[in-house]
Design a protein around this ligand. Structure first.
Ligand SMILES: Nc1nc2c(c(=O)[nH]1)N[C@H]1C(S)=C(S)[C@@H](COP(=O)(O)OP(=O)(O)OC[C@H]3O[C@@H](n4cnc5c(N)ncnc54)[C@H](O)[C@@H]3O)O[C@H]1N2
Ligand code: MOO
Length: 420
């Protein structure tokens, strides 16, 4: 039986980087950048005013009481003007007329004279004005040529605000990994509108995997359910390969029972098995293989074995395929002592809260049997206990990750959260 770290290492060794494709920014949300985004321009692109007021030229402070003739008015969007040595009325965001370099807010001035059209003709400063006040300089936010978003970043709305401001129309993203899902078991009823027959259960692994893979940005090609015999499974595998799946994820029929045909079927298909059985709980009977260009994850059928397979095996592989570094984990103070079985890495469904000092605390949920789905729906995090950690007392520091890949561990109900 292989250790988790070795199994993951083996998977990452076989994870092939996905191609880059050009993507209109409007479709880029949630996709992963294949290359650094380099700014094509300065931002701001011209020196502009941070306030509604008057632009002046100041080589030294202008004293309170100084008077200034006003030549014209400059609003955001107005084209370039030049000062003939006079002040200009200016609006927030407006380009500074050439020759001017300082802005006084309108409320720190007194209007002395207007023109016949009502525009200001002469002002007096009410306070001392320092040179370069209230000006936003070209390139002070982003310099042309700077790397503004790094390769491997999952593109979010804040990145899209920046790329829009820089006039970027397309970005290079990693193409979506293609996933095919095959659930095995003649007990599975996959249509929730149908009543259950004798011995049947509603299939939950398929809908979970479809949702979880999609939420990680994968393209789910198919989700099929086959019975407990080899030939339909082999056909489903062949369909998945023909459809160009990068990952084929199956659930069930991978353990010790008489109907656990998956290992044999994979051999028949010519797959290279990377490992079968990992020293973890839950999910021990897990198998991984390479079949042509596809990686195969044959997860045990028990729902929490599927959840662990997705979170701790498939999610890291998807990150590696998209050029992303390993997902960072968090540390939390364990509130609930644990007695893990020696020799196995444990993945435990938990909640995470925060104390008054901002420290994270993890509470492992009481019901950890791998068939139980309700505690998974109540969890905000996984607590990961390494092999041979021995008894873990309350107060020990443990590793936690969010219940969903990429989500913070505090996801889920958090009664200790601080109101914003
Ligand atoms: N003699 C042994 N028996 C078992 C061992 C063992 O070491 N020796 N390991 C146990 C462990 S641990 C697990 S996990 C399971 C894995 O078994 P399989 O991968 O063969 O999975 P199945 O038997 O097909 O299903 C297990 C369980 O999950 C239910 N299931 C299956 N598919 C779905 C689905 N799509 N949606 C919801 N539930 C599903 C299925 O009905 C079974 O109850 O083996 C243990 N046995
Ligand atoms: O690995 Mo199994 O999920 O412990 O029941």
């Amino acid at each position: 039986m292989i250790a988790y770290a070795d199994a993951l290492h083996e998977l990452l060794r076989h994870a092939r980087p996905l191609d880059a494709v050009s993507c209109p920014v409007g479709d880029a949300l949630g996709k992963v950048l294949a290359g650094d985004v380099v700014s094509p321009m300065d931002l701001p692109s011209f020196d502009h005013s941070a306030m509604d007021g008057y632009a002046l030229h100041a080589t030294q402070p202008w004293q309170a009481g100084s008077e200034h003739a006003v030549q014209g008015s400059q609003a955001a969007g107005d084209a370039h003007h030049a000062s003939a040595g006079m002040a200009w009325e200016i609006m927030t965001g407006a380009r500074l007329p050439d020759g001017l370099d300082t802005v006084v807010p309108v409320e720190r001035t007194e209007l002395l004279e207007r023109r016949s059209d009502g525009s200001p003709a002469r002002i007096r400063l009410l306070e001392t004005l320092m040179p370069a006040a209230n000006v936003r300089y070209a390139g002070s936010d982003v310099a042309k040529g700077a790397v503004v978003v790094a390769a491997g970043t999952s593109i979010q709305a804040n990145h899209l605000m920046l790329s829009a401001a820089l006039g970027i129309a397309t970005v290079e993203v990693v193409r979506a990994p293609k996933v095919a899902i095959i659930c095995t078991g003649k007990e599975l009823q996959c249509d929730p509108s149908k009543p259950l027959g004798d011995g049947e259960i509603y299939g939950s692994n398929g809908p979970y995997l479809v949702a979880a893979c999609a939420s990680m940005g994968a393209q789910v090609l198919s989700c099929e359910t086959v019975d407990d015999t080899g030939p339909p499974f082999v056909s489903a595998m062949q369909r998945a390969r023909q459809a160009g799946a990068d990952l084929i994820v199956s659930t069930g029929a991978v353990s010790m029972g008489r109907y656990d045909f998956v290992p044999e079927a994979l051999m028949e298909l010519g797959a290279t098995v990377l490992f079968h059985k990992v020293a973890i709980r839950p999910g021990k009977p897990q198998l991984a293989a390479v079949l042509g260009d596809a990686m195969v994850f044959a997860l045990p059928g028990t729902p929490m074995a599927v959840a662990v397979g997705l979170r701790f095996f498939i999610a890291p592989v998807l990150r590696a395929m998209r050029g992303q570094a390993a997902e960072p984990a968090w540390r939390a103070i364990l509130d609930t002592p644990q007695q893990p079985k020696p020799g196995l890495r444990h993945f435990l469904r938990a909640t995470v809260t925060q104390d008054g000092e901002g420290r994270l605390h993890a509470q492992v949920l009481a019901q950890q049997q791998p068939f139980r789905i309700l505690p998974f729906a109540q969890a905000g995090a996984w607590v990961v206990l390494p092999e041979d950690v021995g008894s873990v007392a309350a107060g020990a520091r443990v590793v936690v990750v969010g219940v969903h890949a990429g989500a913070p561990a505090l996801a889920g109900p958090d009664p200790s959260g601080v109101a914003l």
